[in-house]
Ligand binder design. Sequence first.
Ligand code: KG4
Ligand code: ZN
Length: 341
Amino acid sequence: MSEDVLILAIESSCDETAAAVVKNGRECLSNVIYSQIDLHTLYGGVVPEIASRKHIEKVNQVIDKALKDAGVTLDDITAIAVTYGPGLVGALLVGVSAAKAIAFASGKPLIGVHHIEGHICANYIENPTLEPPFHCLVVSGGHTHLVRVEDYGKYTILGKTRDDAAGEAFDKVARAIGLGYPGGPKIDKLSNEGNPEAIVFPRAKVSDNVYDFSFSGLKSAVLNYLNGCEMKGEEVNRADVAASFQKSVIDVLVSHSMEALAEHHASKFAIAGGVASNAHLREAMETACKERGIEFYHPSPILCTDNAAMIGAAGYYEYIAGTRSGYDLNAIPNLKLGERA
Ligand code: KG4
Ligand code: ZN
């Protein structure tokens, strides 16, 4: 036991208050997630002030439960890892303050973790053989990044979104067709009943970087289509809209990812982030990878959306690389991947 590295990880960047204990970066001993989704659904999206207040209420409870579920005490923990950006500043501050207090009181090292690095590292938990280099597409509510993982903790961003994130587009389109928040899982489900070829929505290309994404035009195209139907008095087939919109997003995500893999002669590809739990995206990526002889990795849906186990995995690799944060660690809402504060 003494050689094992046990990370107590905390995540509070958006609307999940989460804590986990992760052993040696790969083994999840506990993974406690308190989701605030029901609170925010009422408002059609995350309300930052409500999120912060709920994090304060829940953070100690989820940490206690994570230790208890793992069957350990704070004494057994090697280091404390916490998401310090990007995310909502008030929400991040709750996790960062809790982590600093625990690190200070226990004398254990503190490690600030980048949220997107966490999403990528979620893949290490269920895929013990996955090692860099590999490519990873991170698709969440706030981010759409196509990344080359050169080594543990070393990332090259090949492309990212110029406007809306993929998950944001899902949420906005879901709202427009009356599905409510969060839209991703609802569009995923409803599209099973629709025809993805029914409506042709645009697949945007960004001219100066072929790997960059743009989803705001697609969102506008869906809104225009809905307005057009209303003006003509035509009934909207919501399942067809959901399936056709989703197909447009997936086509772009798959084509960009496959082109980047080919250009870099890469043989391993992973997906991560909330949108990576989309069943149709997973299937399309699986097929595309199989056709090209590429190894495909994806976390279970519960490790795709926000959780602390992924922060524990990332925290482990930062820990063994010697990363240590001071008690002046602060929340950085727009922290860039690969940047350290
Ligand atoms: O990674 P995540 O939990 O939080 C961020 O870091 O942003 O991602 C949340 C996003 C939301 O936009 C949600 O609608 C989307 O992931 N999402 C999905 C699915 N499940 C969650 N999008 C498409 N299909 C899904 N099944
Ligand atoms: Zn996230």
